[in-house]
Design a protein around this ligand. Sequence first.
Ligand code: GDP
Length: 341
Amino acid sequence: MAFSSQKPRLSVNEYVAGIQSGNRFILSKAITLIESELSADASIADQVLQQVMPVTPNAFGAKDKAIRLGITGVPGVGKSTFIEALGNYLVTSGISVAVLTVDPSSQKTRGSIMGDKTRMTMLSQHPMAFIRPSATGTYLGGVARKTREAMLLCEAAGYQVMIVETVGVGQSETEVRDMVDFFLLLMLAGAGDELQGIKKGIIEMADALVINKADGDNTKNAKEARQNYTQALHLLPPAESGVVPAVFLSSATENQGIEDIWQFIKAFEQTTTRNHYLQKLREQQNLQWFHKTLHSLMVKALSQQENMQSMLPAIEQQVRQGILPATQAARQLLEAVFSKT
Ligand code: GDP
């Protein structure tokens, strides 16, 4: 039996009470628990989540939902500066904010794209803001799961706006899109979509585009880009939300454009609450989350089956040598595993 050298955990009740009273220290500890790979922690984490979830502002029927906002864009576009500006605007208006990140690079030993620099220094010191650096995990879905559960805990602690940030360089945008209400894509003028690594699919996922760094010499380019993107958005099929995506200009360093974007997000939330899109979206996301988790647990359980482990090497060898086609090999293996269990 393996013993953990870590300090003893709190009890489930202590976590739950601490989170619900908005104790940031306990909230942090609870997120650490969720991020833990130890199975003993997983069981406590499950109980904590289960107890806080029905009383979060997002339980169906609750009056005030926390807004879940996803923000993406290539490295250097200004995400952390923008989140700092938006976050400061919100906390100054009396709205509390939690910032979480899904960092696709954090699994690599070289460290993360986002985590190496000091980020959001002002916001991180504000008592109404909670900033949690990226979770680490062995695969992107694992990181996303931890971020999603961390988000639920932050909501239970009473934070009113969740900002989930990710670098727009790959699959992580889809993971974040699937856990938020509103998805914001930050862009640069004149860089060209390809240069920014932006695929059409990502633009289609966005509820609003923001051309950042619309200041100084860049202002004219930014205005042109805004026109071009507005036209491009008109060519897309109508958004399921019922709200036509808009293109904004911002200067995160000069705090320009932030309020307009926030007003758009608020209006989006009101419209989609009225037309029931928001509830449908969240139900769909919950279900999708369940199926993804179920799928990964089934794969894990199956791969741990003794006869799977004993039969696998021989079948792999036949596939490698081209003796057995891959599809047939996979089917045969599964049939053999089930027939012996
Ligand atoms: P991230 O990698 O997307 O998080 O980008 P950062 O927020 O770290 O910003 C990258 C660089 O762009 C920094 O040097 C910022 O000061 C700068 N930057 C961010 N927003 C703006 C802006 O609106 N205007 C200008 N001129 N520079 C900005």
